[in-house]
Design a protein around this ligand. Structure first.
Ligand SMILES: CC(C)(COP(=O)(O)OP(=O)(O)OC[C@H]1O[C@@H](n2cnc3c(N)ncnc32)[C@H](O)[C@@H]1OP(=O)(O)O)[C@@H](O)C(=O)NCCC(=O)NCCS
Length: 176
């Protein structure tokens, strides 16, 4: 397993590459599963099932980034209803950005940004508000999402099924 978060390097500039973003298809699934296992560990079969849920769903979509024709990352946008699993959850129900992972060899080249722009475009067709949560320790992710308009809504959040390194932060963006 690799490190959970990229090292925070606010003073180094990225070099953009050409990134093609496509909806997840069966052809991408093995490469996405490999990225998920590399980052988070766990069973391939469980990741295949989790990511495969996006293949024929109305309430979620996974975008895949290709660099030189090879899978460089993926990210999901989905309807998330935290109170379905915890009736006391204070988290809002709504459309969320979830599960963004970029291959460690392809980072800081604009892949995560392009995956996020594509998912925000998909969400804009469905809602005027989107959510995202992250560990307070994940500064690269927070900078990326802040640059795209997300604002801090709540600190020390609890998300059913998620354990945060340090603490959890909730961000929101308005499209209107
Ligand atoms: C977070 C992550 C998805 C970013 O992907 P990426 O392709 O490297 O990001 P990009 O190249 O598109 O970066 C866009 C902007 O985000 C910020 N950023 C990204 N990585 C950064 C880093 N390591 N340090 C500081 N800022 C960073 C910068 O503002 C960057 O713009 P710049 O390169 O022009 O300065 C990637 O590091 C990753 O997969 N990390 C592990 C998984 C993870 O943390 N996922 C998010 C869970 S909430």
């Amino acid at each position: 397993m690799g490190a959970l978060f990229a090292e925070y390097q606010p003073d180094s500039a990225g070099t953009a590459v050409t990134v093609d973003v496509e909806p997840l298809s069966r052809a991408h699934l093995d490469a996405c599963v490999a990225l998920a296992v590399q980052r988070d560990g766990g069973e391939e079969a469980a990741w295949e099932k989790a990511l495969g849920r996006s293949l024929d769903a109305d309430d979620r979509a996974t975008s895949v980034a290709l660099v030189d024709g090879r899978v460089a990352g993926y990210g999901t946008a989905a309807w998330f209803a935290p109170r379905d699993s915890d009736p006391d959850s204070a988290m809002p129900e709504g459309w969320y950005l979830l599960g963004l992972v970029v291959d460690a060899r392809c980072r800081r080249r604009g892949v995560g940004r392009q995956l996020t722009v594509a998912r925000l475009r998909w969400l804009q067709q469905r809602t005027d508000r989107a959510w995202y949560f992250a560990s307070s320790a994940n500064r690269p992710s927070i900078d990326l999402h802040t640059e795209l308009g997300f604002q801090l809504i709540a600190t020390d959040i609890e998300v059913p099924g998620v354990s945060f390194t340090v603490s959890g932060l909730l961000y929101g963006v308005n499209f209107a």
